[in-house]
Design a protein around this ligand. Structure first.
Ligand code: SF4
Length: 286
């Protein structure tokens, strides 16, 4: 990774900004810059980085939000009910355009159809709900176009993320159509606390889930959640979340497959969140 440098813009300290990596075009050569946002701190940090750090003109930027529950008429299930409003607030704050995209079926129906929950080996929540629907979205731009897609993975989040490159060709690249799609991860090297400070300094409000004790704003029932996070969400004093958690437990019974496994054995959520299993004993499939 090249040496990073910091700068201050509008009284906001841009932490350890990376030089444009080799293999990427000069930023002015991209027709579109698609910033993937979940509403969490990492996505706020990449917006700040692209606007103030790399000085990408706002008219080129699209905030791309993946609605994991499918079309907007589908009720919220895995998504937080606050996410849509929070993303609208962020778009308004930065004066940016937001595009919400989804897999037509939504995650709940995908799980029903497959008779199983996603796990690390078969992570179909992201393949249908993010990878494929972004692929469709970006291909609609047709030919003779350069697109930069920007996402907020950080290396310290997992051993898998440590191996990700800062920049790579996206699979929607099509040389015969003269469509180039580059994938840029500008905060791969930043720590959680650097991101938090960056967002706090900017004055952007945080997704409400942080105030409830969560450390990331992803799906509220994420397959990667720790037992403590799952316990926390299952006990939130919010009737809507309580209903959604009941629905999740009913889905496990309906398909006969549990969302979590402990020591290689199915463990249904009612047990997973209520029994005193030590974290280190838990074998996460994800
Ligand atoms: S946040 Fe978790 S459950 Fe949701 S798409 Fe990502 S990995 Fe899957």
């Amino acid at each position: 990774m090249s040496i990073a440098y910091s700068k201050v813009v509008n009284n906001i300290n841009i932490p350890r900004m990376l030089p444009i990596p080799e293999g990427m075009l000069p930023l002015a050569s991209y027709d579109y810059v698609d910033i993937c946002i979940s509403g969490g701190r990492d996505s706020t940090a990449i917006i700040l980085m692209m606007i103030y750090g790399y000085e990408v003109p706002r008219e080129k930027i699209r905030l791309v939000h993946f609605r994991i529950d499918g079309p907007e008429e589908n009720p919220v299930f895995f998504d937080w009910k606050e996410t849509a409003d929070h993303i609208a607030y962020i778009a308004d704050f930065f004066d940016l355009r937001v595009e919400t995209i989804w897999d037509e079926l939504g995650l709940g129906t995908r799980i029903e159809q497959r008779g199983m929950f996603p796990d690390a080996k078969n992570r179909f929540c992201t393949s249908y709900g993010k990878r494929d629907c972004y692929g469709k979205y970006v291909r609609k731009r047709g030919s003779n176009v350069n697109v930069l897609v920007v996402s907020g993975e950080r290396a310290e989040e997992s051993s898998k993320r440590k191996t990700l490159p800062v920049c790579e060709a996206h699979f929607a690249t099509a040389p015969t159509l003269h469509r180039r799609v580059d994938w840029f991860r500008p905060i791969l090297h930043l720590t959680k606390s650097e991101v938090k400070d960056f967002c706090t300094e900017s004055g952007v409000k945080e997704h409400p889930c942080y105030a409830k004790g969560f450390t990331r704003a992803s799906c509220k029932f994420c397959i990667l959640s720790s037992r403590d996070e799952m316990k926390l969400v299952s006990r939130l004093p919010d009737p809507d979340v309580e209903e959604d958690f009941k629905r999740l437990k009913a889905l496990e019974i309906q398909i006969g497959h549990s969302m979590r496994f402990v020591k290689g054995q199915k463990m249904f959520l009612c047990d997973f969140v209520e029994e005193g299993i030590e974290e280190e004993e838990m074998i996460q499939l994800c």
